[in-house]
Write a protein that binds this ligand. Structure first.
Ligand code: 5GP
Ligand code: ZN
Length: 114
């Protein structure tokens, strides 16, 4: 997806503050953080939403979870705790249609599920 903003971040066409990267996933700081720690974890492959994940993805979600864990460690919230959020489609509040996981921490989060 040439024009997808997260594909462009994955390729390095748009600069981002990268936290962690593997062959298949990238973690970077959210540009508009909602908490002291707000990391976005994405697959490098363009997958639009959580609904597009299938078993043929070959362990991609496991890699994403591993990247969430690593980002939490690198940001120092692995022990204090954090929240993982995936917004899916319109009612879920998804704005960027490239699958991504929000990792929020560094403060006591309230009930912000909307
Ligand atoms: P969504 O609402 O789709 O789940 O969240 C999209 C997130 O991407 C938002 O938290 C927004 O701040 C973040 N975001 C949008 N554009 C950029 C960008 O160019 N760079 C970075 N680092 N984050 C972005
Ligand atoms: Zn994309």
């Amino acid at each position: 997806m040439k024009d997808c903003i997260f594909c462009r971040i994955a390729r390095g066409d748009i600069p981002s503050s990268k936290v962690y990267e593997t062959e298949r996933v990238v973690a970077f700081d959210d540009i508009n953080p909602m908490a002291p720690v707000h990391v976005i974890v994405i697959p490098k492959e363009h997958i639009a939403t959580l609904m597009e994940i299938t078993e043929t993805e070959g362990g991609l979600m496991t890699e994403i979870v591993a990247a969430v864990q690593e980002a939490a460690r690198l940001k120092g919230v692995d022990r204090t705790g954090f929240r993982v959020v995936v917004n899916c489609n319109e009612d879920g509040g998804q704005v960027i249609f490239h699958l991504h996981v929000h990792v929020l921490g560094g403060r006591k989060l309230q009930d912000e599920l909307g």
